[in-house]
Design a binder for this molecule. Structure first.
Ligand code: SF4
Length: 359
């Protein structure tokens, strides 16, 4: 017997096809099953007026396995509550997702795409875990289902910027986007989803091939000269700034596309006047950009301190002098280790270390 399929990792068309192939009878209830799962995070074929054995057949062939909520922790701020949820997956590993208030009652859920990450960014807690494993599409989608239906969070937008590099797990990422976007299910518009990458040039090329024309893309730049970026983000040694710039300049999914350029401001590391000029030079060939300046959040082993408000404003002034559109991102969730670069699970790091020792 083949193993049961996770319904929340399938589009409606895929579930319909699989149900017809796997079930002798009762597949005509696929639409209702899909609605239960995607609209209520519930799976109850017994409620669908099926004979017991056909309901049992549904259960044998299909599952809804949501991660367990281990704990939530939150911080109040000016725009609302930032909340982090730690979720335990079926094999015991944990991932985190964060609800970020965006003002006017709107919230964005920052979701994970991997357990750990292999990209090694020196300012990031997750990097300390290394890559433990990729998440499946169902495990990515499950974070939104749990946030909405188990935790009761109001999730309007999704950003793939939690633990892991989303484009390092492109197959699962693109499938999760297809599921979230499916009009027969959650019907989340592509324009409400953002992929954030450290600059996986291969992944950007794959994204262009996927034809997801309305999805948003942002790149974590953090330095616009190769020696500094090599030090902060080892991915730069594989895809240097020239290659990344060329890939981003070529990426034009739609006429009004604006690339998000995220810049984590780290005092004495990347906050000079020259650094601001280098960002402008990097952005020059890219048609439309919006630079998001994000204050560095010191983690468990900080590279530097957090910038002061004056330092942030000065740097933003320099970027504006260079003619760049800039947005200052207010730090949210720093006290609960839910802010950018702070996701990462010390227990998981320890568990991984123990497994390595005993193997
Ligand atoms: S910043 Fe993102 S890509 Fe870099 S190590 Fe952390 S999780 Fe991975």
């Amino acid at each position: 017997m083949s193993s049961p399929l996770a319904i929340h990792g399938l589009t409606w068309a895929e579930l319909n096809r699989e149900a017809r192939e796997r079930l002798p009878k009762g597949f005509g209830r696929a639409r209702e099953v899909y609605k239960q799962v995607t609209e209520e995070a519930r799976y109850a074929p017994e409620e669908l007026n099926l004979a017991d054995r056909w309901a049992a057949a549904w259960r044998e062939e299909f599952v809804l396995d949501l991660p367990e909520v281990v704990r939530t922790i939150s911080e109040e701020g000016e725009t609302g509550t930032t909340a982090k949820a730690v979720l335990k997956l079926h094999d015991g590993w944990e991932v985190e997702c964060v609800l970020i208030p965006m003002g006017r009652g709107r919230s964005t859920l920052c979701v994970s795409s991997q357990v750990g990450c292999k990209m090694g960014c020196t300012f990031c807690e997750t990097a300390k875990m290394g890559l433990i494993r990729h998440l499946s599409a169902a495990e990515i989608v499950a974070q939104i289902l749990v946030a909405r239906h188990v935790l009761g969070w109001s999730v309007r937008n999704v950003v793939f910027m939690g633990m892991g590099e989303a484009l390092d797990n492109a197959d699962s990422l693109f499938q999760a986007i297809r599921v979230l976007n499916d009009p027969a299910g959650m019907a989340m518009g592509q324009e409400r989803m953002t992929i954030c990458t450290v600059g996986r040039v291969d992944g950007i090329a794959r994204l262009a091939d996927e034809g997801l024309k309305r999805i948003n893309l942002s790149v974590s730049l953090n330095a616009a000269d190769d020696p500094t970026r090599d030090r902060l983000m080892p991915v730069n040694r594989k895809y240097d700034l020239e290659e990344l710039q060329a890939a981003l300049a070529a990426y034009r999914p739609r006429r009004n596309f604006t690339l998000g350029v995220n810049y984590c401001l780290m005092p004495e590391l990347n906050d000079s006047r020259e650094a601001a000029a280098a960002i402008a030079a990097f952005c020059a060939p890219i048609e439309r950009v919006l630079v998001n300046v994000i204050p560095y959040n010191p983690g468990s082993d900080p590279l530097t301190r957090a910038p002061s408000d004056d330092e942030i404003d000065t740097f933003i002034g320099w970027l504006r002098d260079e003619g760049l559109p800039v947005r200052k991102r207010v730090t949210k969730g720093r006290s609960v280790m839910a802010a950018c670069g702070q996701l990462g699970n010390p227990e998981a790091r320890e568990k991984r270390r123990r497994l390595r020792v005993t193997r």
